[in-house]
Design a protein around this ligand. Structure first.
Ligand SMILES: *[C@@H]1O[C@H](CO)[C@@H](O)[C@H](O)[C@H]1NC(C)=O
Ligand SMILES: *[C@@H]1O[C@H](CO)[C@@H](O)[C@H](O)[C@H]1NC(C)=O
Ligand SMILES: *[C@@H]1O[C@H](CO)[C@@H](O)[C@H](O)[C@H]1NC(C)=O
Ligand SMILES: *[C@@H]1O[C@H](CO)[C@@H](O)[C@H](O)[C@H]1NC(C)=O
Ligand SMILES: *[C@@H]1O[C@H](CO)[C@@H](O)[C@H](O)[C@H]1NC(C)=O
Ligand SMILES: *[C@@H]1O[C@H](CO)[C@@H](O)[C@H](O)[C@H]1NC(C)=O
Ligand SMILES: *[C@@H]1O[C@H](CO)[C@@H](O)[C@H](O)[C@H]1NC(C)=O
Ligand SMILES: *[C@@H]1O[C@H](CO)[C@@H](O)[C@H](O)[C@H]1NC(C)=O
Ligand SMILES: *[C@@H]1O[C@H](CO)[C@@H](O)[C@H](O)[C@H]1NC(C)=O
Ligand SMILES: *[C@@H]1O[C@H](CO)[C@@H](O)[C@H](O)[C@H]1NC(C)=O
Length: 874
C-alpha cells in the first residue's frame, strides 16, 4: 500500500518534471471503456479507452451502444493557455492522461495540462440502502487542480454538454432553459415533442437533461452554439451568462450548455469544482395487471415535490454523496480484494452497469397519492435485448442485488410474480415481462424457455427470502411457485425443446436439467420455511431423487457432459452456483471436486480470453461468457483454479484492444464481440457471485397480510399460512460449512502476473439497413417479445399484441482495421486492405451460417439515422 503510494508519488513528480507524459495506470487495469455517467438504462455514457493515445481529448463519450455520441467537452485554461481534457474537437491544446482508477462508483482520471494536474472524477452513485437516492438518475463530474511546479498559476475550468442526451434522432427539435438561483445554476433541455415510452437508437425520446452546479461569484454559464460558447471561454476564461433562445434541432449548430469556474491564482484547489448531470423521465414504465394498469414514476418523486427540487438537492448533496461512495467503495473493494485483486477489478467495473440497469418505481394509488405499498423495480436487458425483467438476466445479475441490498431483488421479482399469479394461465414461468419500458407481460405460451425461467425464478425467490429475511413474496406466491415446481418435477430431468440462457437448445442438456433440480430443492426450503411439512418432504425427496439420477446421466468419465452421454463435451456447469448460493446441497460434494479437477485441466489449454461456456455446439465453442465463468469460479473447491477462472474474465475486462463496454460475451480467441453481446449489461452483476456466498442467512418473516393480500390479488384459493414466522434453516449443517471453507478467501498475487501479448483482431458485425431496424435478444427468438428497436409500440394496456418484427438478415459484414486513423462522429467507414477484409468476411459468414443452422441468434443493429456508422476505434 505504502509502496504503491510512494511509487505513484514519484511517478507523478517524474511526470510533472517531464513535459510529455506516458500513459500509465495506478492499478494496472485498462478496461476497453470506462463508465462515465452510468446511472440508468438511458443515462449510460462511457468513454473508450484510447489504446494508442494518451488523452481523452480526442474522443467523445458514447452511449452504451457505442453509436450515439453523448457530447461532453472539457477545457482548462492555465495562464491564458487553453487545454482540452475531454471531447473531440480542435480547440485548445492537448492534455495527457497520466493514470486512471476504477472503483465501484467512480472512474478517476489524472490528467496533465501544461503546468497543472487535473483530477477528474466521474461519480455515479450507488445508493443501495436509500431508494430515493438510488432512483435519482444523476451523476457528478468533479475536478481538482494542483500545479505541478509548486508555483501559483491562473486557472479556469470549463465543462459543457449538448442536447444529444434527449434523442437518438439528432435532427429533432429541442428546447432548453437555464434556472439561476442564489445557490444553484442548472440548464435543462428536452425535445419539443417528446414521445412517451419510446426510444430511437437506444436513446429515450421522453427525457429531460439537467446539467448544473452550485452558484458562486466565480462561476459563470452560457448556452449557445458549441463553437461560440467554447471560444468565449477559451478567449476570456469566463462566460457571459446568456441564454440562446433560438430553439432548433439538436445537431443544428449544436447547442451546448456550459458552466465555467475561475479558480484564480492557485497552487491547489481548496475544494473540487463539481458539475451534476442528470437525465429524468417520468413516467419511467408501466406495469399491467388487470384493470390496475398504471404508469410508474421514479421513486425519488415520493420525496421531492418536483424534479427541480431533486436537482437542487442533488447539486447540494455532493459532500455527503462522496462520503457514502467512499464507504461503499471501500467496503466492496475490501471484501472483493480478500478474494483477489483481479476479482476486485471485475466487481468495480461491473457494479455501476448493474445498478444502472434498473429503475425503482412507484405508481399513484386510486387516491392520487404515491402508493408506497406498490414499489417495484424493473430491469432493462441493456446490451442484449429490449426485454424488461429478463429472467435469465436477473438470475445473472442477482448476486449484485443480494450483496448490495437483497431487498432490491424482491422489488425486481415482485412484478414477475404478481403478473403471473394474476394471469394464472401457465404452469411455468415466463421469460420476461415484455419490452422495456412497458411491463405489459409476456403473453407467449411458448414453453421452450420454461425450464430456464422457472428454475431461475425459484432460485431467486429463495435467495431473496433467505438473504433479506423477507418472506413476503414466497408466502404470497406460494401456490404459484408450487405449481412451477411440479412442472419442473415432471420435465427437468430430460429437457426437450428447451433453450438455455445461452440459446442452446439440445435435448438432455445437463446444465439446464440441474438448474431445474436445484429449483425443486429451493422449493423444498421454501416449504420448510413456511411450515408446509408435507410439501417439504415431497420436494426434498424429489430433488434428491432427480439429483442422483442426474449424476448418473450427466457424468461421463471425469466430468459432467453438456448433453447426456456426449463424453467429448466440456461445459462450464455454472448452474451449480445456485446450489452453492442457496446452500441447498442437492448436488453431491464429489461433483464439485470432480468438476474442479476437470476445470483445472481445461485451464491449461484455454485460449487468451478463457473457456467457452459450452462446446457442444459450434456457436458456443468460440465464445466465453463472463457471468457464467464467474459463477463457475464460485463453484470450484480449489483456490488456484478459482483464481484462473477469475483471471480469464479479467483478461478480457482489462483488454483495450477491442471496443466494448464490459461485455458479457466475447470470443475466447481474440476478445472480439458481436453487436449485442451484453455491452454495459446489468447481467455483469454476476461479478458479485463470490461475494454473495458469504452473506449470512436470515430468519425469514412473512407479514400477516402477505398471503391474504395475494389471495385477493391473484384470485387464488387461500391456504392458511398467514402470519408465518419462518424458522431458520437449522439443517444447513456442518457439511455445508465445511464445504464452504474450501472457498476461504485468500489474497492472491495473481495480479502481478503480466498479461500475455494478445494479437489485435477486431471485428464487429452489422448490417446496413434503413433506420428502425430490428434488434433482438440472444435467446428468445421464438417469443413474440422479440425486442423492437426504434419507436416502441403504442400503449397496449388493453391487449397483449406486440407487433412481430421482421427476421434479420445478414447483408453486409464490415470489418475494421485497428491501425487506422481516428474515427470521429462524422467519419465514414475505414476499411482495410481487401484480402484481409475478404478473409474476415468469409470467416464471419461461416460463423453466421453455423449460427443460423443452430437457430442461435445474432443481432444486427441499424446504422444510426444520420449516416454515422457504428464507430469502431482501436
Ligand atoms: C492498453 O492496455 C495495455 C496493457 O494491455 C497497457 O499497457 C496500455 O497502457 C493500455 N492503454 C490504455 C490507453 O489504457
Ligand atoms: C499549445 O499548442 C501550440 C500549438 O500547437 C504550441 O505552439 C504551444 O507551445 C502549446 N502550448 C503549451 C503550453 O503547451
Ligand atoms: C435496503 O433498502 C431499504 C429501503 O431503502 C432499507 O430500508 C434497508 O435498510 C436496506 N437494507 C440494507 C441491508 O441496506
Ligand atoms: C489528485 O489525486 C492524487 C491521487 O489520488 C492525489 O494525491 C492528489 O492530492 C490529488 N490532487 C488534488 C488537487 O486533489
Ligand atoms: C424551463 O422550462 C421548463 C419546462 O418548460 C419549465 O417548467 C421551467 O419553469 C423553465 N424554467 C425557466 C427558468 O424558465
Ligand atoms: C454574450 O456573448 C455573446 C457572444 O456569444 C454576445 O453576442 C453577447 O452580446 C454577449 N452578451 C452580453 C450581455 O455580454
Ligand atoms: C396500492 O397498491 C396495493 C398493491 O398493489 C393495492 O392493493 C392498493 O389498492 C393500492 N392502494 C391504492 C390507494 O391505490
Ligand atoms: C411444450 O408444448 C408442446 C406443445 O404444446 C408439448 O408437446 C410439450 O410437451 C411441451 N413441453 C414442455 C417441456 O412443457
Ligand atoms: C427415484 O424415484 C423413482 C420413482 O419413485 C424410483 O423408481 C427410483 O428408484 C428413484 N431413484 C433414486 C436414485 O432414488
Ligand atoms: C491458495 O491457498 C493456499 C493455502 O491456503 C495459499 O498458499 C495460496 O496462495 C492460495 N492461492 C491462490 C491462488 O489464492
Amino acid at each position: 500500500m505504502l509502496a504503491d503510494t510512494l511509487l505513484k508519488l514519484s511517478l507523478l513528480s517524474f511526470l510533472a518534471w517531464r513535459s510529455t507524459a506516458r500513459f500509465t495506470s495506478s492499478r494496472n487495469f485498462y478496461p476497453a471503456a470506462y463508465p462515465l455517467a452510468v446511472r440508468s438504462p438511458y443515462l449510460n455514457a462511457w468513454i473508450q479507452s484510447p489504446k494508442d493515445t494518451t488523452t481523452f481529448g480526442t474522443s467523445w463519450p458514447y452511449h452504451w451502444d457505442d453509436k450515439n455520441v453523448m457530447g461532453l467537452a472539457g477545457y482548462v485554461r492555465v495562464d491564458g493557455t487553453p487545454f482540452r481534457w475531454m471531447g473531440d474537437n480542435s480547440l485548445g491544446n492537448q492534455t495527457s492522461l497520466v493514470s486512471t482508477e476504477v472503483t465501484p462508483t467512480r472512474s478517476k482520471f489524472t490528467i496533465l495540462a501544461g503546468r497543472v494536474q487535473l483530477n477528474v472524477t466521474f461519480l455515479s452513485p450507488i445508493e443501495p440502502s436509500d431508494w430515493v437516492l438510488q432512483s435519482l438518475p444523476f451523476t457528478y463530474i468533479s475536478i481538482e487542480v494542483a500545479t505541478t511546479d509548486g508555483s501559483p498559476h491562473n486557472v479556469q475550468v470549463y465543462c459543457d454538454t449538448s442536447a444529444e442526451w434527449v434523442s437518438g434522432d439528432r435532427s429533432k427539435l429541442a428546447r432548453w432553459n437555464t434556472t439561476v438561483s442564489d445557490d444553484t445554476t442548472y440548464h435543462q433541455a428536452t425535445l419539443f415533442q417528446q414521445s412517451s415510452m419510446s426510444e430511437i437508437n437506444d436513446v429515450a425520446e421522453d427525457s429531460t437533461m439537467y446539467f448544473g452546479m452550485a452558484s458562486s461569484t466565480s462561476s459563470s454559464w452560457k448556452t449557445g452554439a458549441d463553437e461560440d460558447v467554447r471560444k468565449q471561454f477559451i478567449r476570456k476564461g469566463t462566460l457571459n451568462n446568456t441564454m440562446d433562445t433560438s430553439f432548433r434541432a439538436i445537431q443544428d449548430h449544436f447547442v451546448v450548455f456550459a458552466h465555467a469556474v475561475d479558480l484564480g491564482n492557485i497552487i491547489k484547489s481548496s475544494s473540487p469544482t463539481v458539475w451534476s448531470l442528470g437525465l429524468v423521465r417520468d413516467p419511467v414504465s408501466t406495469f399491467f395487471v388487470g384493470v390496475n394498469s398504471r404508469t410508474r414514476s421514479p421513486y425519488f418523486l415520493t420525496h421531492f415535490n418536483t424534479v427541480d427540487d431533486a436537482v437542487k438537492s442533488f447539486i447540494k448533496g455532493y459532500k455527503n454523496a462522496v462520503k457514502r461512495a467512499d464507504e461503499l467503495d471501500s467496503k466492496i473493494m475490501k471484501d472483493a480484494s480478500a478474494i483477489s485483486n483481479h476479482y476486485a477489478d471485475l466487481v468495480a467495473l461491473g457494479a455501476r452497469q448493474t445498478m444502472a440497469g434498473i429503475d425503482i418505481t412507484v405508481p399513484r394509488g386510486t387516491d392520487g397519492k404515491w402508493n408506497m405499498s406498490d414499489v417495484k423495480a424493473f430491469m432493462k436487458d441493456t446490451g442484449t435485448s429490449q426485454r424488461i425483467n429478463p429472467v435469465e438476466g436477473l438470475f445473472s445479475a442477482f448476486p449484485a442485488f443480494l450483496y448490495l441490498n437483497s431487498s432490491l431483488g424482491g422489488l425486481l421479482l415482485d412484478p414477475l410474480l404478481e403478473f403471473q399469479a394474476y394471469v394464472g394461465n401457465r404452469q411455468f414461468s415466463a421469460p420476461d415481462l415484455g419490452s422495456y419500458p412497458r411491463a405489459t407481460g409476456n403473453p407467449s405460451n411458448a414453453n421452450n424457455t420454461a425450464l430456464e425461467s422457472t428454475g431461475n425464478m425459484l432460485v431467486m425467490a429463495l435467495a431473496h427470502a433467505q438473504l433479506s429475511g423477507d418472506g413476503t413474496l414466497i408466502s404470497r406466491y406460494y401456490d404459484l411457485l408450487k405449481g412451477w415446481t411440479d412442472y419442473l418435477g415432471a420435465h427437468t430431468l430430460h429437457p426437450q425443446n428447451q433453450r438455455s440462457a445461452d440459446g442452446l437448445d439440445r435435448s438432455d442438456q445437463s446444465n439446464l436439467a440441474i438448474k431445474g433440480i436445484i429449483g425443486i430443492a429451493a422449493m423444498a426450503k421454501i416449504s420448510k420455511a413456511l411450515n408446509r411439512e408435507s410439501d417439504y418432504q415431497t420436494y426434498s425427496a424429489k430433488a434428491s431423487n432427480l439429483s442422483a439420477r442426474w449424476t448418473k446421466l450427466a457424468t461421463s468419465g471425469d466430468h459432467i457432459t453438456s448433453v447426456y452421454g456426449d463424453s467429448q463435451s466440456r461445459p462450464l456447469v455454472y448452474n451449480l452456483y445456485a446450489d452453492v448460493l442457496l446452500r441447498t446441497n442437492v448436488v453431491d460434494s464429489s461433483i464439485y471436486s470432480q468438476q474442479t479437477r476437470f476445470y483445472k485441466t481445461l485451464t491449461t489449454t484455454a485460449q487468451a480470453f478463457g473457456l467457452p461456456y459450452d462446446d457442444i455446439a459450434q456457436e458456443a465453442q468460440d465464445f466465453a461468457k463472463a457471468p457464467w465463468t464467474i459463477f463457475t469460479a464460485a463453484t470450484v473447491t480449489q483456490n488456484e483454479t478459482q483464481g484462473k477462472l477469475i483471471d480469464m474474465v479479467h483478461a478480457r475486462a482489462t483488454f483495450n484492444g477491442t471496443r466494448g463496454d464490459f461485455p458479457t460475451t466475447y470470443r475466447v480467441s481474440n476478445g472480439s464481440v458481436l453487436v449485442n453481446s451484453g455491452q454495459a449489461s446489468p447481467s455483469q452483476g454476476a461479478m458479485f457471485a463470490l461475494l454473495a456466498l458469504s452473506l449470512p442467512i436470515q430468519n425469514m418473516v412473512a407479514p400477516p397480510d402477505a398471503f391474504s393480500h395475494a389471495v385477493q390479488a391473484a384470485g387464488l384459493n387461500g391456504g392458511t399460512i398467514a402470519g408465518a414466522v419462518i424458522g431458520t434453516f437449522g439443517g444447513i449443517g456442518l457439511l455445508a460449512l465445511g464445504f464452504l471453507l474450501w472457498w476461504k478467501r485468500r489474497k492472491t498475487l495473481l495480479q502481478q502476473e503480466s498479461l500475455k501479448p494478445i494479437p489485435f483482431v477486431p471485428h464487429m458485425l452489422y448490417r446496413q439497413r434503413a433506420p428502425d431496424s430490428v434488434e433482438m435478444n440472444l435467446m428468445y427468438q421464438n417469443t413474440p417479445h422479440r425486442a423492437v428497436r426504434g419507436v416502441l409500440p403504442a400503449d397496449t394496456s388493453s391487449d397483449f399484441s406486440i407487433p412481430e418484427s421482421e427476421e434479420p438478415e445478414l447483408t453486409d459484414l464490415i470489418s475494421h482495421q485497428p491501425s487506422q486513423s481516428v474515427t470521429n462522429s462524422n467519419s465514414t467507414m475505414h476499411t482495410t486492405d481487401t484480402s484481409q477484409l475478404r478473409h474476415e468476411i468469409a470467416t464471419l459468414r461461416q460463423h453466421m451460417n453455423a449460427l443460423q443452422a443452430h437457430q442461435e441468434e445474432i443481432y444486427f443493429t441499424s446504422l444510426p439515422r444520420h449516416g454515422t456508422p457504428p464507430v469502431i476505434k482501436p
